[in-house]
Ligand binder design. Structure first.
Ligand code: MIG
Length: 804
């Protein structure tokens, strides 16, 4: 583990305020030579910047989607007293002490949050190797989530977290930090008050959350500006929305990307891939995508095919496509140094590669041995790289997988044995014209820039089709370009456990489309581990099985018929739930919400949810309690306040409740919130194999609402109004359950279909005789069938006391 820096005695703090001026939405505070700028982006998003030498860097913000002034006009007032200035928006106040510039925030009730303990600090005024820091108070019972991709628990109170994209040694554990992603974004939560922070600094930085000293948290960077955004809630949902406005949200993915992906390092020949695809179809296990790892390339030369293993990629991909399969190919950043290789030649010609401090092109060792690396911080290089993808798109590739982009660079050629992994020289030069800087400043942006280049290239070249990119490394805002997987995990139960808080914290960091290698990458999974991982993975936003070359195979059927049946059942469940899942992605695109959520997201006033790392919510309604220990058939489950239903038995459970769930290998404990309306579709071998007919709506007695989002699932027509939404509401009175189907709104017209309404957990007497009604007494399930003509309707059911 890398040592984090320590605040030194030599840090300088602000002195006395000389003057203040208001310039548009910014309040500028002059502290002699240092200056502080406080910018009001919205009534709940505030930016704070410090310029030790008085000059704010004009440098762009890589992660923030728009310039401060592009936000709608923000209304605020400033009150001055002899001690402080108080800036007041409709939702919060920011108080700045005249002496030393200490900042504190407060909500409308006057509750303080994000309060400076030491305030803004720096260790020298010149920008050469300047460090900046800020220390703030941790309030009583305050807890900390997000921080991007980490190991360890859900709540990061008491930890130090480094922001430096790294390819860590295999076998990461709770003390391993950092990992592949650098996402300096977090959520602080206590009962009744949540706020978010984005530390807008790309240098190596770290957070100390009450580790060195309890009661305070610090953010510190090894260069650049002290520049951060505070996003007030007060709910986690509102923080996600604010972070989404700031860092952008994910674009709608193509629906097929929500299906199952099968990957493996070692898909080395055409026939292996054909056999794999055939296996899924004959065994009736749904799958949409097959990933090709580095084996498909010609000597690890990016944008080429190895003609021995893949003599006719175009034919292969066309055949697979006919059978409903898409292909995603890996693309590493390292370009092989080979004078006869077109990509290398063209790259030199266009001067796209990173140069060392002495001016020579930087070389490093990766899969193709001697390699050079494109500088994705330059827009013209991103464009050049994106265009290179044509070689893959022309033969029918559907998506791009960016690996090794921390970037990971080895110290010696693999022919001499795998050596230590490092990265590009920190003093190598990068950056667009006029913004040249060192790799040290933009290291954390390497994967982010590569993913951006890949995304934009796909968008340019395929016009109407939505891009699909998956990346290992990224920075805050990476969700705008790519889905992320969590890198090389192990086939360990501990890594299945780790996956839950890891994915949920990514979601709280504004990156919702995430997954881990199902079954584990390194080593061999047991059938039991694989089955349990698949159960969790089937509900993960990104659902991909992957494994390392040389390990035992990790496909759903290799562990025998029992595990195969479990995988089939859970993947089918995922596919049936696609209308629900797809709507959650739409919500994420609209509002920055995570798809997979910790319970605290919906129950922020219940501190019992704060440490719940091993239960997940898929959207607002489905709660899963994955099994992650060998040999167990029972586990503890916490259900927060309200009524819940057991997914498998329809049993009514009255929260808050601690229960011991029974979960034989075939079952993952799964619960549904009262009032839930869950849309689902038919079984399919791949997404969009069949029209959504019937559309099933599962209703769980209680009060609730759901808006179903629909569009064609692959194009950008939704940007021109080609989508529709339908709102459903469920209302429970003393003796009735009333279900209302709103009018479908929007230009997109789905195919004519039937509507199947299933009312769960109803009692002995069912609804008043609708001809299509059927009643299943075993599961206390009432089924009604209609033609969905898109008109408003009200259905009402007589339901006896379901607790009876
Ligand atoms: O040095 O491409 O995380 O998913 O299979 C290893 C081979 C490089 C690391 C990725 C993994 C991938 C593997 N890659």
């Amino acid at each position: 583990m890398t040592e984090v820096s320590k605040l030194t005695e030599s840090f300088i703090t602000l002195g006395a305020l000389h003057s203040s001026t208001r310039a548009g939405r910014t309040l500028i505070l002059d502290y002699g030579s240092p200056r502080v700028a406080i910018t009001v982006l919205t009534d709940r998003i505030i930016r704070v910047r410090l310029a030790p030498d008085g000059a704010f860097a004009a440098r762009r913000s890589w992660a923030v989607v728009q310039a401060d002034d592009a936000f709608p006009e923000a209304v605020f007032e400033i009150e001055e007293s002899s001690y402080a200035l108080v800036l007041r928006t409709a939702s919060l106040t920011v108080r700045i002490e005249r002496d030393r510039g200490s900042l504190s925030f407060a909500d409308a009730q006057g509750q303080a949050f994000c309060t400076d303990e030491v305030g803004m600090q720096w260790n020298q005024t010149t920008s050469e190797s300047r460090r900046v820091a800020c220390t703030k108070r941790i309030e009583a019972d305050e807890h900390f989530f997000g921080f991007g991709e980490r190991t360890g628990p859900l709540d990061k109170l008491g930890r130090q977290l480094i922001n430096w994209t790294t390819d860590p040694a295999h076998g990461h554990g709770p003390g391993t930090d950092p990992l592949y992603q650098a996402i300096p974004v977090f959520l602080a939560l206590r009962t009744g008050l949540a706020y978010g922070v984005f530390f807008n600094n790309t240098w190596r930085s770290h957070f100390d959350i009450g580790a060195r000293r309890s009661g305070v948290w610090t953010m510190e960077a090894e260069g650049g500006e002290l520049d951060y955004y505070v996003v007030y809630g007060p709910t986690p949902e509102q923080v996600s929305e604010g972070l989404g406005a700031l860092l952008g949200t994910l674009p709608l993915p193509p629906r097929w990307a929500l299906g199952y992906h099968q990957s493996r390092w070692g898909h080395a020949t055409d026939s292996m891939v054909r056999d794999l695809a055939a296996e899924f179809r004959t065994r009736d296990i749904p799958c949409d995508v097959i990933h090709l790892d580095i084996d498909y390339m010609d000597g690890y030369r990016v944008f080429t095919w190895n003609s021995q293993g893949f003599p006719d990629p175009r034919g292969l991909l066309a055949d697979l496509r006919g059978d409903g399969f898409r292909i995603v190919t890996i693309v590493d950043p390292g370009v092989k140094v080979d004078p006869d290789y077109k990509v290398y030649q063209a790259g030199l010609e266009h001067d796209v590669f990173i140069h060392r401090a002495d001016g020579a092109v930087f070389h490093g060792y990766v899969w193709p041995d001697d390699a050079v690396f494109a500088d994705y911080t330059r827009p013209e290089v991103r464009e050049w790289w994106g265009n290179m993808q044509k070689a893959l798109l022309d033969v029918g590739v559907s998506g791009i997988w960016n690996d090794m982009n921390e970037p990971a660079v080895f110290e010696r050629p693999f022919s001499q044995g795998v050596g230590k992994v490092g990265t590009i020289d920190l003093d190598a030069m990068q950056g667009p014209e006029g913004e040249r800087t060192t790799h040290a400043e933009v290291h954390n942006l390497y994967g982010y820039g590569m993913a951006c280049a890949s995304y934009e290239g796909l968008r340019r070249q395929r016009g109407s089709e939505r891009p699909f990119v998956i990346t290992r490394s990224g920075f805050a805002g990476v969700q705008r370009w790519s889905t992320c997987w969590m890198g090389d995990n192990d086939s360990w139960w501990e890594h299945l456990e780790l996956a839950m808080p890891q994915l949920m914290n990514m979601g709280l960091s504004s990156v919702p489309f995430v997954g881990t290698d199902i079954g584990g990458f390194n080593g061999n999974a047991s059938g039991e581990l694989f089955a349990r991982w698949m159960q969790f993975g089937a509900l993960a936003p990104f659902c991909r099985g992957h494994s390392e070359i040389g390990t035992e195979r990790h496909e759903p059927w290799v562990f025998g018929p029992r595990v195969e049946a479990i995988c089939r059942e859970f993947l089918r469940l995922r596919y049936r739930l696609l209308p629900y899942l797809y709507t959650l992605f739409w919500e994420a695109a609209q509002r920055g919400s995570p798809v997979l959520r910790p319970l605290l997201y919906h129950y922020p006033d219940d501190p019992a949810t704060y440490q719940l790392h091993d239960q997940v919510l898929l959207g607002p309604s489905l709660l899963a309690a994955p099994m992650y220990h060998p040999g167990r058939e029972h586990r503890h489950v916490y259900l927060p306040e309200g009524v819940w239903y057991d997914w498998w038995t329809n049993e009514l459970l009255d929260g808050p409740l601690h229960l011991l769930a029974f979960a034989p290998l075939e079952r993952m404990p799964l619960y549904v919130r009262a009032g839930a309306i869950i849309p689902s579709g038919p079984d399919q071998h791949y997404a969009d194999e069949r029209p959504l007919d019937p559309l099933t709506l599962d209703l769980y007695p209680g009060n609730g609402a759901f808006t179903l989002y629909e569009d064609d699932g692959y194009s950008f027509e939704y940007e021109h109004g080609q989508f529709s939404t339908t709102s459903y509401t469920l209302h429970q009175t003393a003796d009735r359950l009333v279900f209302e189907i709103g009018v479908r709104e929007g230009a997109y017209v789905p195919t004519t279909r039937r509507l199947l309404i299933r009312v769960h957990a109803v009692g002995e007497q069912a609804a008043e005789g609708h001809p299509g009604a059927g009643y299943d007494s075993v599961h206390r399930l009432l089924t009604l069938e209609f033609d969905d003509d898109g008109h408003a309707r009200t259905l009402s059911f007589k339901i006896p006391d379901t607790t009876a």
